[in-house]
Design a protein around this ligand. Sequence first.
Ligand code: A2P
Length: 317
Amino acid sequence: MRMLSFQGGDQMPSLGLGTWKSKPGEVGAAVKEALRIGYRHLDCAVIYGNEKEIGAALSECFAGGLVQRDELWVTSKLWNDKHDPSDVRGALETTLADLQLEYLDLYLMHWPVALRPDGPRPMAAASFFAPEEMPIAATWEAMAACAQDGLAKHLGVSNFSVKKLSELHAAATHKPEANQVEMHPYLAQPQLVQWCKEHDVHLTAYSPLGSPDRPAGMMGKDEQPILEDKVVLDVAGELGASPAQVLLAWAMQRGTSVIPKSVNAERLAQNLAAAELELSTAQMSQLNELDARRRYITGEFWCVEGGPWTVERLWDE
Ligand code: A2P
C-alpha cells in the first residue's frame, strides 16, 4: 500500500473506504469488515448521515483490539450550512462525538458553497450566502483554530478548483494540505494534479468507480458507466483484474489517494487488493487518453435560479 506523507510525517494510506451512500444498517458492518481485512483509512462526512453508526463500529473495533486509533486515518467534512466561523467548532465537535473520536486525522471543507442554516429547503436562491457574505477564508480560519486546539491533525478542502484552492492557499497562514475531488479517467484533471504537486497539496479521488449507486436525481441522461468502458475492460482483461481494480490502481499510481465505497465483503476485499496491482506505462497512457472532462457529480444541485452559483462558477471552467 502506498502511503501519502502529511506535515509532521503522518501517513495516509492511499486506499480508503468511502462511506457516502452507505446506508445506516449497512455501514457499521462494512466498516468492521473493512478494518478486519486491513483497511486503515476511512472517509466520512456529517452529511452522509451515518457517522453515529460508524462511531459505534469503530469503538467496537478499538475495544476488541482489532486496531488502535493511531493506526487509523479518519477524514470527515464540514457541511455547507456550518460555514459561519462561530458554527465550525460545534460542527466538528458533533462529528467527533458521533464518531466517538478525540481527533480527526483530516477535516475538510466539504464544498466552497455556504448555505444559510435556516434557509429554504429544497434549494432556492435564499438558501445560499453569496460568496462575499461568507468568505471561504473566514470559515477556514475557524477550522485552523480547531486544528490548533488538536481537534483535527490536518486540514483540507473538497470540490475546490485550482482557482479557489490557489486563492485560499495564498491567503491562509495554515495551508490546506488536501483537496478531495471527483477523479477517474473520464475526469483526470491534469492541471489540478500538477498544481497540487507543486504546492504540496494531496489529492483524494472520490467517486472513482463513477458512483453508480448515487440517487436518481443526480444521474445524467445517457451516462456512460466508466466501469463498462472498453479500454478499462481491456486493461482489466490483460491483468486478470476487475475493472474497478484497474480504476483504483490508476488513481494510486498517479500519486492520489482513492476512496471507493462498498458495503459488500467481496468487493471490499477486491478493492483493497487493487493497492497491489501495477499498471504498465502503456496501460496508464491508454487510461489517461480517456479524459473527457466528464463529471458524474456535476454540482448542478447548487445552481438555482437567482442564486450565487452556476456550474461555471463552481468549477471555474
Ligand atoms: P457496493 O457498495 O454494493 O459494493 P463510488 O466509490 O464511485 O461511489 O462507487 C460505489 C459503487 O460502486 C457502489 O454501487 C458499490 O456497490 C460499487 N462497487 C464498489 N466496489 C465495486 C467493485 N469492485 N466492482 C463493482 N462495483 C463496485
